[in-house]
Design a protein around this ligand. Sequence first.
Ligand code: DLL
Length: 433
Amino acid sequence: MIWKENVECAARADLKELQSGYLRKLIPYIYQNCAVYRRKLDAAGVKPDQIKSIDDIKRLPITTKEDMRDNYPYGLFSAPQDQIAEIHVSSGTTGNPTLVGYTKDDVKLWGEVMARAFCCAGAIPGDTIQIAYGYGLFTGGLGAHYGALEMGLRILPTSSGQTARQLKLMQDFKPRIIACTPSYVLYMAEEAKTLGIDPAKGNWKIGVFGAEPWSDAMRNEIEHTWNMLATDIYGLSEIIGPGVAQECQHKDGLHVFSDVFYPEIIDPKTGQEVPEGESGELVITTLTKQGIPLIRYGTRDIVSIRYDKCRCGRTSPRISKIKGRTDDMIVVRGINVFPSQIEHVLVGIEGTQPHYQIVVDRQAHQLDEVEVLVEVEQRFFSDEIKRLNELRDKIKKEIANVLSIGVKVTLVEPKTIKRSEGKAQRIVDKRKL
Ligand code: DLL
């Protein structure tokens, strides 16, 4: 089922027409109502009436996370405060948090794109969904909730945490859909086993997993362990929360709801668009939002994009899984390291588990040191020490092959690395840079 077939399957020219119409309305609205954007557009020498079609978007300036932080709390709002119906905040590592405000219509839009997402994953009205994303200031729980309501799903709003209870509710109410972070669903599998529940006989048949990077290898692990289809959902608070893009059952790229969230892929160094299929930073314009509409927001997420029609019938552009970030990518001895590269190595090695942490440190005047903590199956610890050493050497060698730097590998027993009910913390950077 396709929730909004007329736009999700529209011919490219019709979609462009729709996007152009939205953009023509958006720019004067923002120019009139947001002083920060007015200054930005003036500085770029762009007058609203010069923006006639979606192709003119390239003339507009990029908006950055710094713009949001520097103008905290209300500087980037275009709607007056009395029109704001809901506020969400995403935690940052430094400085002000990122604040986003939704008008009632924005909340409606959110429900609509999330309904499209659930449909895209394979949900049908009447299905029961367990929403184990955190409810609250994080956008995951409520965003999923609005979409499920809009779609006519029966909702189990468990939020995250209380894992034993999550599993009991799964058994009692038999939800076909689970929505949570991919690391949490794997954690729930471990808990299930300790409680004597066989995850492969679990009730969830479709997972809508996102909010953090996860590899195809991790997908295989989830699908195999839980005997379900694991789909990827992407989004970010600044744009709306979850519901920017979603995989269909073919798992061949995430469909971007591009009639309302216009995607571009740029080279973060030059600001120029990269050719189709090449990786770059995803930049998104919210074409119809009112509270905080954003023009060409630099997400810092690295993806590639394609425009061909999908086997599911949707014509919407598809982004790849998130390949990394332009920022939380870590640079070690001059080499760019993405956690996903290490994860990929680990999941391919028999005996390891997809629970790992990368610790980067630097002693005074020394080179950066990387330690990868990897959980391995319990049996290795009751085995000969030689087997443990062999496994460690193998992991070391394969990581060195991929990253071209040597790392220290420490094997730890299952459940040593701190679990998260939300986003997993993959990198601990102890360097004082
Ligand atoms: O994580 C919104 C969300 C909730 C998306 C639930 C999907 C499901 P933020 O907390 O603002 O919003 O974090 C946004 O998380 O820029 C990406 O770097 C990362 N991210 C989100 N989804 C994915 C994904 C929510 N599917 C930031 N794969 C984004 C990889 C993801 N990274």
